[in-house]
Design a protein around this ligand. Structure first.
Ligand SMILES: C[S@@+](CC[C@H](N)C(=O)[O-])C[C@H]1O[C@@H](n2cnc3c(N)ncnc32)[C@H](O)[C@@H]1O
Length: 365
């Protein structure tokens, strides 16, 4: 058996478990790793090289995860000194290192300790050199030995991903789900969150999708990468710079089937009336609403939410869904109840850039 630990967005571990269940049919014991947030673990059979490689490619293709570690061992530290940590790490069998050409050690620490993450990596690296007699290479390594200390809990494994898969940069092992971008919006949504929003909307082939606050286009890029032209996609924003940036990003990926337009999310029925007359009502609206904090100006979020939800109801199809990411959950909830056109079907709280964000899944009634 091989055990993997994947990292993910805060509090969305259940959604990651669901993606693993659907896409990695070989996986069992899929669960939040040791009850820690941000982490999910599962086991898969250890088979021949080819099958192991095939399963790993599926893991690296998951859209909801940031990084992947193949777990080699866990333990609790009785006293959290570097000496004790080194000694316990060396008790863990890392048989692959016996024949490895090179390695590097990396470490992360959460909580209060007498040592830093850099000191941990340095000391563990040194101990591995002595024990396995293999050289370190920070760039050309065959194995990246990863040690995480969370309070007094420690896990040791091989880090599989170099860069976070959430960037969709497609480097190294994370070559899957690659999305090119030349324009980066300053309040861009994480691709992993964009994936969750789209999945929670229940997007399926044949649907039409609107992101009416598209910024740099993360949500529509993710949707286009997931469904290709099997869904009809419209991206809009009130700022020309955002639309031009989204167009550039779409072009780089040859997503020429995605349409873009200047619109106002406060007046959707008016500003995309022609599109709706031509293409029919919208099935799913998925967007990251403006936070109303970056501009320095006071934005009346209640007014924005009220106008957005009221005008959206006029262009949404029967049982159409809206999935939004917002910081102002209290006001958003009140507006939903006030305008009496939607029911809330699901809610999640997550975190991005140090901000707690709320995901609402609402359905037109
Ligand atoms: C949080 S950003 C969206 C980020 C985007 N999802 C991305 O990943 O790049 C919010 C966007 O809403 C746009 N916006 C603000 N008010 C709007 C309105 N009334 N109508 C349409 N777009 C609006 C802003 O121009 C900004 O691009």
């Amino acid at each position: 058996m091989k055990k993997y630990v994947v990292t993910c967005d805060y509090n969305l571990e259940d959604l990651v478990i669901e993606e693993i269940r659907q896409k990695i049919t070989e996986a069992t014991e899929i669960q939040q790793f040791e009850n820690f947030s941000h982490r999910v673990s599962f086991i898969v059979p250890n088979s021949d090289k080819e099958t192991n490689h095939f399963i790993l490619q599926k893991i690296l293709s998951l859209r909801s995860i940031h990084s992947v570690v193949e777990l080699k061992g866990t333990f609790y530290l009785e006293n959290t000194t570097l000496e004790n940590l080194k000694a316990k790490v060396m008790e863990i069998d890392l048989p692959e290192l016996k024949t490895a050409k090179s390695f590097r050690a990396s470490a992360e620490r959460y909580g209060t300790h007498d040592f830093t993450s850099i000191e941990m990596a340095k000391h563990i690296g040194h101990t591995i050199i002595l024990r396995y007699q293999i050289p370190v290479s920070l760039t050309e390594y065959e194995y990246n030995v990863r040690v995480d200390v969370i309070g007094n809990f420690v896990f040791v494994g091989y880090q599989i991903t170099d860069d976070t898969l959430a960037h969709r940069k497609g480097v190294g092992q994370g070559k899957y789900n690659k999305i090119e971008r030349s324009f980066h919006h300053r309040a861009a949504t994480k691709h992993t969150l964009a994936y969750h929003l789209l999945t929670l909307a229940g997007l399926k082939e044949g649907d039409s999708l609107l992101d009416c606050t598209c910024g740099g286009g993360t949500i529509v890029l993710e949707a286009a990468s997931m469904f290709g032209d099997k869904i009809k996609i419209l991206a809009g924003d009130m700022h020309e710079k955002a639309i031009e940036g989204t167009k550039e990003n779409l072009k780089l990926n040859n997503f020429d089937f995605v349409e873009t337009t200047e619109l106002n999310a406060r007046h959707l029925n008016e500003t995309i009336q022609d599109y709706v007359l031509k293409n029919g009502e919208i099935d799913k609206i998925v967007c990251n609403l403006p936070f109303g904090i970056q501009s320095g100006k006071q934005v009346n979020m209640r007014g924005l939410y009220d106008q957005f939800l009221s005008s959206a109801a006029k262009i949404l199809s029967k049982n159409g869904k809206i999935v939004v990411l917002t910081m102002r959950q209290g006001v958003f909830r009140e507006v939903i109840f006030m305008i009496k056109k939607y029911k809330i079907t699901k809610e999640y709280v997550t975190e991005a850039g140090g901000l707690y964000l709320h995901i609402f899944v609402i359905e037109k009634i």
